[in-house]
Write a protein that binds this ligand. Structure first.
Ligand SMILES: NC(=O)c1ccc[n+]([C@@H]2O[C@H](COP(=O)([O-])OP(=O)(O)OC[C@H]3O[C@@H](n4cnc5c(N)ncnc54)[C@H](O)[C@@H]3O)[C@@H](O)[C@H]2O)c1
Length: 533
């Protein structure tokens, strides 16, 4: 069916004052209730419908309670609360949505159910009405495919809890009219949200770019490289609000596994998105996470300080052990990271010399041919580097300086490293203010492996036209509370290091999931060609 126009002017979607634009919300569960509240608070008359008798009324009663709490805390006036509640009404049929300028479906996550419902909606609303879906994983193109006018169907992907979470992914299917997506984008802004445009592809932006945060932790667990509590402590230390294992426990392994499976299937089994048998085992064993009281953890995850060896903690929980002697330190390399370490060590009052000629970044501990080498990871394992450098006393450390809060850092030793060398490395890290957390000698350890894969996924999303760089950064910071977006990390780490880490992971594991995004390869060659003018 052709797009309706008045013959000369383009269609005006969702224009005009909020009070004159009724919003239909179908599905009054967790998300629908929140969306209805936000729309009503922004001045729209809102019609709420649910299949289950009494569910819409219960959602409004629940909203009244949350608004009352805000009034009690002085964050909302009683008049605004009353006005918001007065705009919310219960419907008992789709036909009562006929005057809506926008209908958002927020029902069960099932393609057939959504298509059937939206066909009913399409039959009753005006040709100027926009039809939106809050689906978190189903293709907007597929949902719209069942309709007569797919150009006015768009994804409005809110995040839970809707009143608090700022992000809205505005998702366009193949047929979605750009003016419809833009009208919804501007509406979300008027609702106080931060919208980003996304193309309808598996996982949209957030659920796609976030996959490696879980997948690399699960892979490290499968490789027996670390315990969940160690990975969580390292993640918090790198500035993430929650570590990957505690976060999976919170989300629920059933939900997290299902999203991974959906993205994997939708990508025709691309190994980059492969679900993990570690997580499947948790599922099979009923360890679904916090909601059942057991997942990776039985109850509350241990804090990072609980991971410090008991002998090193005094009664107040402070580190009581005498700081081990720090060997003479030479800071090696001339990279931006080496310059960052220079500033960090200077700020901490450490005595050190520099050797900018080495082609790796890290430290030599001690002097002469027996000096211990500590390399900041570029994705090679400690054993690889020990063989290449012909140095038995060698350690690899994870990316430092990711956060001001860094108090722990992953370290791996070459198998032949002596006990004194291991103690020296721990002492040097301690002097920098970091607790050494030993991992098995896995390529790229935790932070480099995870963050470079997050950058890679973000780069592919942009390369494939799913979103812009700015949208990827915004979406990941607002949708997942990450300390930085993927392109901010790319700038901070430099494309050379990110590509080196991925290439070394790829070479070591021979797993195509670590293939470098074409966007990063273009950036790398552009950076190398830049001096040529
Ligand atoms: N929960 C989240 O964190 C979250 C986040 C983003 C997106 N989503 C998506 O939002 C949608 C709803 O999720 P939810 O968590 O609010 O689910 P929910 O189970 O809390 O609520 C769904 C509601 O829809 C009603 N319903 C089902 N079929 C219906 C129909 N045909 N007509 C009218 N009402 C119907 C149910 O009775 C229920 O009250 C799903 O598509 C989900 O993927 C959920």
């Amino acid at each position: 069916m052709s797009k309706p126009t008045d013959g000369s002017k383009p269609m005006q979607w969702l224009a005009g004052p909020a009070a004159q634009q009724a919003i239909g919300v179908i599905g009054a569960g967790t998300m629908g209730a929140g969306i209805a509240q936000v729309a009503a608070a922004s001045g729209h008359p809102v019609r709420l419908l649910d299949l289950r008798a009494g569910a819409a009324a219960a959602a409004i009663a629940q909203t009244a309670q949350s608004l009352a709490t805000l009034v009690d805390k002085g964050r909302l006036s009683a008049a605004d609360r009353d006005a918001t509640l007065a705009r919310l009404s219960v419907c008992d049929s789709v036909a009562q949505m006929a005057d809506a300028a926008l209908v958002i479906e927020v029902i069960v996550e099932n393609l057939e159910a959504k298509r059937k419902l939206l066909q009913e909606v399409e039959a009753v609303v005006a040709p100027t009405a926009v039809i939106a879906s809050n689906t978190s994983s189903i293709s907007i193109t597929a949902i719209a495919g069942g309709l007569q006018q797919p150009h006015r169907v768009v994804g409005m992907h809110f995040f839970n809890p809707v009143p608090q979470m700022k992000l809205v992914e505005v998702v366009s299917g193949v047929e979605t009219d750009a003016t419809v997506a833009q009208a919804v984008f501007e509406l979300a802004r008027r609702w106080g949200k931060t919208p980003v445009h996304a193309k309808s592809t598996p996982g949209f932006i957030v659920n796609r770019i976030a996959r490696p945060y879980y997948a690399e932790a699960l892979a490290l667990l499968q490789e027996q490289a670390a315990l969940p509590a160690t990975l969580d402590a390292l993640a918090r230390s790198a500035g993430f609000r929650m570590g990957p294992c505690e976060l999976m426990d919170l989300i629920g392994h059933d939900v997290n596994y299902a999203v991974t499976q959906t993205v994997f299937d939708a990508n025709y089994g691309d190994r980059r998105y492969m679900p993990s048998i570690v997580q499947k085992a948790l599922l099979d064993g009923g360890r679904l996470g916090r909601k059942v009281g057991k997942g990776f953890y039985d109850g509350v995850p241990p804090t990072a300080s609980a991971l410090i060896e008991p002998a090193a903690i005094d009664a107040d929980g402070e580190s009581a052990a005498a700081a081990p002697a720090v060997p003479p330190l030479t800071l090696c390399g001339s990279s931006a990271l080496a310059r960052g370490l220079h500033a960090w060590m200077t700020q901490r009052g450490l005595a050190f010399t520099t050797d900018a000629r080495t082609d790796w970044t890290g430290w030599r501990l001690g002097t002469g041919p027996t000096a211990t080498q500590v390399h900041v990871t570029d994705g090679r394992t400690a054993m690889q580097l020990a063989a290449e450098q012909r140095c038995a006393d060698l350690a690899v450390i994870d990316l430092p300086l990711l956060s001001d809060k860094t108090n722990a850092i992953a370290v791996a030793f070459a198998a032949g490293a002596s006990d004194p060398a291991r103690s020296q490395v721990r002492a040097a890290l301690h002097a920098c203010g970091w607790q050494a957390m030993e991992l098995r000698d896995a390529p790229a350890l935790w932070a480099a492996r995870t963050i470079c894969m997050l950058v890679n996924e973000g780069a592919d999303a942009v390369h494939q036209g799913v979103c812009s760089e700015e949208a990827a950064n915004l979406a990941m910071k607002l949708g997942t509370n990450w300390p930085h977006g993927p392109f901010e990390w790319l700038t901070a780490l430099g494309v050379e290091r990110v590509v080196a880490v991925l290439d070394h992971l790829h070479a070591f594991t021979r797993n195509e999931r670590y293939r470098v995004s074409p966007l990063l390869q273009h950036r790398l060659w552009a950076a190398r060609a830049a001096p040529l003018g």
